[in-house]
Write a protein that binds this ligand. Structure first.
Ligand SMILES: Nc1ncnc2c1ncn2[C@@H]1O[C@H](COP(=O)(O)OP(=O)(O)OP(=O)(O)O)[C@@H](O)[C@H]1O
Ligand SMILES: [Mg+2]
Length: 244
């Protein structure tokens, strides 16, 4: 008899009242996934959309640092209710690891992701943005498996090295017939059509570039400053052109 994981049916129920789920991913680490995910959540929330943000980077959760989340914790109420920070309902693995290094193995990772998805009471949302961990490991496959209606937003940098890893993710998403909104080129430094042309070869949409922003570091942890960065301006220009 097939073993049915009881929590997975709960996950569908938990996500039922969320209109759009966007997973921000890349095959590569350090390309700006967390900045894009947090800034996108912030921007959507400022536009009046009910928005949630879930940080699933079990190795290096960072959304809480980017948004400057302090002294707020989830409430237990027949599941867990995410705290609201800067208008965003925010859930992170950091609440369960106490920000200590967490050397998880494959099965632990799956269990934690299922647990987080099963316990979180998002309520009704227009958007849930998921900050994905780097790579194409178990956690990426878990999100694909357990969150059925998620669309992927892929982030790359102008580097050929990043693109190599990103192409692997794109290949997997295509094989699994997962919807991809398109690819964002982050940390662009000069006008180049290299990434644009390479992405077009894959058949995906190239959504646009976010330039390298020297002042971004200074805005980390301060949402008002973050809203005024050129990073945010470039991201908003991209979002304005696409149908999320
Ligand atoms: N457009 C940009 N201009 C300048 N710095 C940037 C830009 N995008 C991201 N960064 C910086 O690059 C670093 C990595 O960004 P971030 O943590 O968002 O990447 P990530 O893909 O989530 O990394 P990881 O794979 O470790 O989760 C951060 O210090 C961030 O501030
Ligand atoms: Mg990250």
């Amino acid at each position: 008899m097939a073993y049915i994981e009881p929590r997975t049916s709960v996950i569908d129920k938990r996500l039922r009242n969320i209109k759009r789920i966007i997973s921000v991913a890349s095959g590569k680490g350090g390309v700006g996934k967390s900045l894009v995910a947090s800034s996108l959540a912030l921007s959507l929330s400022r536009k009046g959309y009910k928005t949630g943000l879930m940080d699933l980077d079990l190795y290096g959760p960072s959304s809480h640092i980017i948004l400057g989340v302090k002294d707020v914790y989830p409430q237990e109420e027949k599941g867990i209710v995410p705290p609201e920070v800067h208008g965003i309902r925010f859930m992170s693995i950091v609440y369960y690891t106490d920000d200590k290094p967490s050397p998880f193995r494959g099965t632990d990772i799956s269990n934690i992701i299922i647990e987080l998805l099963a316990i979180t009471q998002w309520g009704s949302l227009d958007f849930l943005i998921i900050d994905m961990p780097p790579g194409i490991g178990d956690e990426t496959l878990d999100v694909i498996r357990f969150i059925k209606d998620s669309k992927f937003l892929v982030v790359t940098t102008p580097s050929k090295v990043a693109l190599g890893a990103v192409n692997k993710l794109i290949w997997i998403l295509k094989e699994l017939k997962i919807p991809v909104i398109g690819v964002v080129e982050n940390m662009a430094r000069n006008q180049s059509f290299f990434i644009r042309n390479e992405i077009r070869k894959t058949g995906l949409h190239y959504l646009g570039a976010i330039c390298f922003d020297e002042n971004l570091e200074d805005a980390i942890g301060d949402t008002e400053k973050l809203m005024k960065t050129s990073f945010m301006r470039d991201l908003n220009n991209i979002v304005a052109k696409i149908n999320l």
